[in-house]
Design a protein around this ligand. Sequence first.
Ligand code: SF4
Length: 309
Amino acid sequence: MRKGLRSTDEVNARFGLNLEPSRYEVFIPNHINELIEKEGFDGIHAKQFLPSNQELHQDGFDDPIGDQQKYVAPQLIHRYDNRALFTPTTICPVICRYCFRKNELSGKHEIFKADFEKVITYLKAHTEVNEIIFSGGDPFMLSAAKIDFYLNEFSKLEHIKFIRFHTRTPASLPNYIGNEVIEVLNKFKQVFNDINIVIHINHADEITSDVRDCIAKLGKYFPLLSQSVLLKDVNDKVEDLEKLIYKLHDLGVRPYYLHHPDQAKGAMHFYLTQDEGREIYRKLRRQVPGWLLPQYILDSPDGSGKRNL
Ligand code: SF4
């Protein structure tokens, strides 16, 4: 992380580019910069993580899935009856240029301010919630001690049975997940019914040997699922998705969600229409057996939640 790039100026200097200063945060860890150098600007790492002048176009929405209306406490979104999304950090292992939360995270909204007491107070009053989904930012950017603290607090609420982590860290900063984090999660495996890890990854070329090792390490102890976003010019070929699905399967990861891209301001250059997306998914269905097929879903812009496309 220390050797990562943190501004458009640093990106321009390293890659000999002439990009306009981005209005969004920039962070690309060294692991990914080396991959960009190896693959060139047409590679999937450059396309997903290098800032682009196309971000200056401001069509789209600040909050494309209606998250803001669903915050019930700082850092807690309650959209579905029995599960709540906990966003304990705004730090990410890389800043993805397609991120649907890019405007919220860059804007440093109040909702991201820590006030854990309010989270616990809300959950105590809502015993219908049986699952906490750690999101962010990226929850695996937290220290082992912080993860231990949160899991310990949630374990005191008897109605919380399931824990899920959504993370891009295995695919983007694989060496960051140390044994301490795995030890903490293992400790709580005895307490909760399940601890599931959902790995965010969009293309088979992201599965380098370090990424493979990290996934294998996590897969020894926890059920692994994957979530991908369909992105224009990144993974919008059926062959791309098919290859990703089979590679993940070889690593013991079950494809879970394929998200239709959200209409996020500053990320509309990744957007495809629903008709285009459906056509890709129809073809994918012919190539991949049902038990390996991720659900193709859209997060509704009105905040009402996911719907199947
Ligand atoms: S890791 Fe997730 S939250 Fe962070 S920038 Fe990427 S998509 Fe957004």
